[in-house]
Design a protein around this ligand. Sequence first.
Ligand SMILES: [Fe+2]
Length: 377
Amino acid sequence: MPVITYLTTCIFDSGALKQLAGTAKRLGMSRPFIVTDQGIKTAGILGKVEDALGVAPAGVFDETVSNPTEKQVDEATARYKECGADGVIALGGGSSMDLAKAVCLLASHDEPLESYAAITGGAKKIGKVAPLIAIPTTSGTGSEVSVGMIVTMNNGRKETFVSPNLIPATAICDPDLTLGLPPHLTAATGMDAVTHCIEAVLAPSVNPPAEGIGYEGIYRAIGDGWLRKAVKDGSDADARWHMMMASYEGALAFVKGLGGVHALSHAAGRLHEKKLHHGTLNAIFLPHILRFHEGAADAKYARLRQAMGLKPGADLAQAIEELNADIGIPDNLSAIGLTAEDGPGIVDYALKDLAHFGNPKPMSADDYAKVYEIALG
Ligand SMILES: [Fe+2]
């Protein structure tokens, strides 16, 4: 069983879920609190996790919504405290992971959530939090090994929180848990992983090991064809293994930073009533941001072409558009319900997002507005 320690410990393989009981014991967790969502419960995955745990959890919060809110964080934290839990198991996609991280934070810290936001320097206030085991059921977010979480606050802002203390104590990555994921979610989450790798590579910070992992993730997901294979045949266990690895690699890479694609996706994702998938937004914005940054990072673009299996000088943005088309992702924002009226608000929030600061070439409000207008279709 591969056990990798980079950022945190990750037990990674088909069947890794069997390691859950031993992992909880090792972390001193005898009364775990599970954070998950209704889809995971209905799919029978929560039952599998409870079986693997071997003891009844102290409590379960199974109402996580996509793009978790501050209100949900408060509800789940109250539930955690009521049941006398001594740690959290996050089970699901990025939303359950982020909600679980927020519960761990507020279970051990007294100030309001807002005061820990990265953009206002809150990271330094985040000390040791309740232990967390993360079990992803999608391959995209990488939140199981990442330093960050994102919560939509009561004031409407989508806030990023970053601290090494928010990294789960152990990630259990069992690709078999993704075998039932439908093609559209496999595609959308897969493009989140791809975008993490590409934006991490392009971010101007200097971190060659993280950058190298970004290229590797791109090679695995695109160059080696595993994303297309996973979307085409969801029962392909090898494709599921490789996409979960690409997702893991994306998060290892984005310690370097993200960029304009994520700034825009976070800004659009806060429009809760539109129910937009973060990965789908990334996939649609990605080619346009790649066109904007063309010429600002030539050596990196050349290596990205190599990793994607393209000829020297090939159009990266076009290759992403072709990939999107192959895996069934819409080619414009109008198709997913965004409008020209949404533009100014999205641009405004993008400029305040932490990912905005990872652009290889600075982006102004005007630049974002142009990208948005073109992406609208
Ligand atoms: Fe992402």
